[in-house]
Design a protein around this ligand. Sequence first.
Ligand code: SF4
Length: 473
Amino acid sequence: MSDATITVRAEAPGVLPESLLRRFDTPGPRYTSYPTADRFVEAFGANDVLRALAQRAESGAAGGAAPLSVYAHIPFCESVCYYCACNKVITKHHERSAQYLDALDTEVALVRGALGPGQRVSQLHFGGGSPTFLYDAEIERVVGSLRRAFRIAGDAEMSIEVDPRTVTPARLGTLRTIGFNRISFGVQDFDAQVQQAVHRVQPFESVRELIRSARQLSYESINADLIYGLPRQTPESFARTVAQISELRPDRIAMYAYAHLPERFKPQRRIVDAQLPGPGDRLRMLGGAIAYFLGCGYSYIGMDHFALANDALAIAKRQGRLHRNFQGYSTQPDCDLVALGVSAIGRIGASYHQNAKTLPEYYDALRQCRLPVVRGIALTRDDLVRRAVIMALMCQGRVEFESIALAHLIEMREYFAGELQQLAPLVEAGLVEIEADAIQVTAAGWYVVRAVALVFDRYLQTDKLRQRFSRII
Ligand code: SF4
């Protein structure tokens, strides 16, 4: 029997036989950072972050610091979605946020103290959990604290993740007045049976009304998140969701593969294994969605992401200016990232760090006026080279040897001789081309770009270590 193939327009991803996809469908990270967070160590703590912030402050005083990106994590949600893999706290007690916001204020003051005044912020993102668990006045309070501590640029991207069940069109208006100009709706799937199976019921009509309102309120970019591979999804039901979301024309669509890892994520234990679609159906959902989005005017940005042609991400992709950070793809050059809140991950200079993952630990550190950092990593020269290669693959699907050589003073063919050899099966399968002066992911290779990037990950070269990550498809 011949392979099923997925055929979409030539621009990417292309045509890939199902057997090839299965062959390279290995567990692997999504590379929002390199090294990945599982490599962070406890030996890197609050004092290291303070040192990195002080170094940034010094270079800022000398006029050298690029603008900052700021992420605020709001962990609370009123009810649990069974597919959830986020760090969240499920509660209906809204009064719990008061203590959290006090702690957040202390954290902002500590970071501001280390960085000094006047740090320009070009990107501010509220994520969770559910940021809209907070009342409007509470969200305004957090934004106010940040505005007093930092200099938020007039043209800064201010984005917020929104659970459609927690907002009304009027609330979207208030968020816009507070300053948010980008909004991301967690949609996942419109099918009523799927919504029940994942314990997240939000009818199509309400999402339609919210997206229309967001557009009338002139949000500069509206994103919708979808997930394929959820319980009770079929290729046919997911195709309906894909058509429905396309009809609403969000500027961006992120379509993630559900990773069923119940041993790691407790809520997922409530998902009935027998209701999960098999690998063949997942593949058909992915291929069908890609074909549909490309066919109705969306451009493929990279792993899981689509955008309308006039959206900033699509323009950045065309111009080779795409970047990747903890929120996924971004138009902003690699900024230092101040991460606030429980479990948040930041990046300052050549280092990453993560805050305490539980509220008691987080509160405890801040009560003692200590940054709540529990682990991190200082990047070595080798990490920096590999990060550059991996991010070039994930963003552009292409690594120019010369640009890596100039930035990192290495000879690609020598430095990565072993890795270039390891690419041979991918080259032979037509997923990667090794040119005289570049590595190019082919149109079909975009399906498995994580498998290509993985070759350059020094830490994850054994299958054993990879198992903790989700599979690619
Ligand atoms: S998926 Fe989002 S809204 Fe649902 S429980 Fe997890 S963090 Fe909360």
